[in-house]
Design a protein around this ligand. Structure first.
Ligand code: BT5
Length: 253
């Protein structure tokens, strides 16, 4: 916390269904901007599109409320802010060069998923927008046998930092990146994200709800969309997809 930044609060509880669910309820009841909740473990941790997030004790399970201020960019951009914050915070325990960001909401460690981020809201049309920023980081444990490989800080370094220590580091880093976003808009976030992006320029597969596209990951659009050049040469901008890297074909220019 510093004077130029918003003050934040952090509460920790032993167990919850989902910190996102609890903070969505709390935010709807008026919980303040920058109030955070950490659970030691979750019994119904969730990812995007109703998927489950494995949430054993020893990992970081954290959610915070972000309320819009006049003149701010789209709150959805905070998923990139959060990814940058997690990378910065984790670099206290892992060499930063081993941490890359994967579109739209993951942090990779040695190429495997170490963190997932989930933004959700139940803001009504009558109120100023707000989101709950949910952050799960595998510190001590990670699932195996998934289609996309996962890892943990412990698996990669041999030591698992305490979630109670990592949480304030992540929140402080989030606060710093959010301040940069407030002052400079999405441009500095986009630049920092692109500088540490995984798969930029490479061939990827983007799975959408009803179709799968393959092509070269060209860029991050001004609004955070993924810019993909299809084999036909057509350039598509995608706002939601599951991205798979290393689809076995060489990137083409
Ligand atoms: C995400 O979804 O990556 C967002 C995860 C957000 C979790 C946090 S924890 C605190 C807060 N409270 C919540 O209830 N949620 C947030 P997605 O991109 O849809 O990835 C989900 C997929 O990742 C699953 O379908 C699994 O394949 C895989 N997965 C599940 N648990 C994992 C883990 N611990 N580490 C890596 N991958 C996992």
């Amino acid at each position: 916390m510093s004077a130029s930044h918003t003050a934040w609060t952090l509460r920790a509880v032993p167990e919850l269904a989902s910190t996102n669910e609890t903070m969505l309820e709390q935010a709807a009841l008026g919980a303040a901007d920058n109030s955070w909740l950490r659970a030691d473990r979750q019994t119904a941790g969730r990812g995007r599109r109703g998927r489950a997030w494995e949430s054993p004790a020893g990992n970081l399970l954290l959610s915070g409320v972000a309320r819009a201020r006049a003149g701010e960019g789209m709150l959805a951009q905070l998923s990139f802010v959060a990814a940058l914050a997690v990378r910065e915070a984790l670099s206290q325990w892992v060499p930063a060069g081993r941490l890359l960001l994967k579109w739209p909401n993951d942090v990779l460690l040695d190429g495997a998923k170490v963190c997932g981020i989930l933004l959700e809201t139940r803001a009504t049309p009558r109120e100023l927008p707000w989101v709950v920023v949910g952050i799960g980081v595998n510190l001590a444990h990670h699932p195996t046998g998934l289609e996309r490989p996962a890892t943990s800080v412990c698996a990669a370094t041999g030591a698992a930092p305490d979630p109670g220590t990592v949480a304030p580091a992540v929140i402080a880093a989030f606060d710093g990146w959010r301040q940069r976003w407030r002052e400079g808009g999405f441009a500095p976030i986009r630049a920092a994200w692109l500088a540490t992006a995984s798969g930029l320029g490479a061939r990827i597969e983007a799975r959408l709800t009803c179709r799968t596209l393959a092509g070269q990951f060209l860029d991050l659009a001004e609004d955070g969309a993924l810019v993909l050049r299809l084999d036909s040469g057509v350039v598509e901008t995608l706002h939601a997809a599951d991205v798979f890297e290393g689809t076995g074909h060489a990137a083409r220019d």
